[in-house]
Design a protein around this ligand. Structure first.
Ligand SMILES: Cc1cc2nc3c(=O)[nH]c(=O)nc-3n(C[C@H](O)[C@H](O)[C@H](O)COP(=O)(O)O)c2cc1C
Length: 210
């Protein structure tokens, strides 16, 4: 298939699906529509209500993460969820001390994009494909969350702060296994209105070769 035709199929597929459209016509939303719509509508959320994610919902989100594929099913991840306000506030204070400009962000409440719940994802320092596997786990979690009305945002910027000397007590509180490093944090929470952007995608990066 020529590139232009392939792109047209991709774009067309994105435009045609939509559970909202099906439901408006009293049609059942198919599994394909639900999955594609979840993937295509998920966006990083950068402002949340103060309500922590319901722990039952979070348990399902974690389970979806753990069902991600991993090389040789090694499941080389360690995930720690925090919704303790003192933890979030403590790390925020350290981050602000290291970078006072953070406080100038509009509506700034905490360093985790104002999220009330944060998942810390760690993987082994030495491993065959730990970082890749952790990425798959992370995306599963974010998509599962989005399908439940829970927003999320991957936060690589949290890692250097958590690894700094000042944050050592907080890193220790995560009880990561020996030989593991913090890979990323993921903010979770219920989105505030207008808390997402619509970054464009470059569809020319994937195509068939004959
Ligand atoms: C590994 C990784 C690290 C990221 N770190 C940050 C971050 O520190 N702060 C932030 O606001 N967004 C961060 N993001 C979110 C990206 O900016 C976002 O996914 C990208 O702009 C595409 O937007 P979308 O998720 O809304 O589609 C990160 C995403 C990934 C995958």
């Amino acid at each position: 298939m020529k590139l232009a035709k392939f792109m047209a199929v991709l774009v067309g597929a994105a435009a045609m699906v939509g559970c909202a459209a099906s439901e408006a016509n009293n049609e059942v939303c198919s599994k394909e529509q639900a999955v594609v719509e979840t993937i295509m509508t998920r966006r990083s959320v950068r402002n949340y209500t103060a309500e922590p994610v319901n722990r039952e919902q979070m348990a399902k989100i974690l389970e979806c993460g753990i069902y991600a594929p991993s090389a040789m099913n090694m499941q080389p991840w360690a995930v720690r969820v925090v919704d303790a306000p003192d933890f979030i506030e403590g790390v925020t204070n350290i981050a602000v001390e290291q970078n006072p400009q953070l406080k100038e962000q509009e509506g700034f409440r905490n360093f985790f994009r104002n999220a009330p719940t944060v998942a810390f994802i760690a993987c082994p320092v030495e491993s065959y494909s730990g970082e890749y596997d952790c990425g798959l786990l992370s995306e599963n979690m974010m998509l599962a969350a989005w399908s439940m009305g829970v927003g999320s945002c991957c936060l690589g910027s949290v890692v250097p702060v958590m690894n700094s000397e000042a944050a050592k007590p907080y890193l220790e509180r995560l009880q990561l296994p020996e030989g593991y490093k913090l890979q990323v944090a993921i903010a979770f929470g219920y989105p505030e209105p207008n808390s997402t952007k619509e970054p464009e995608r470059d569809l020319t990066k994937a195509y068939y070769v004959e």
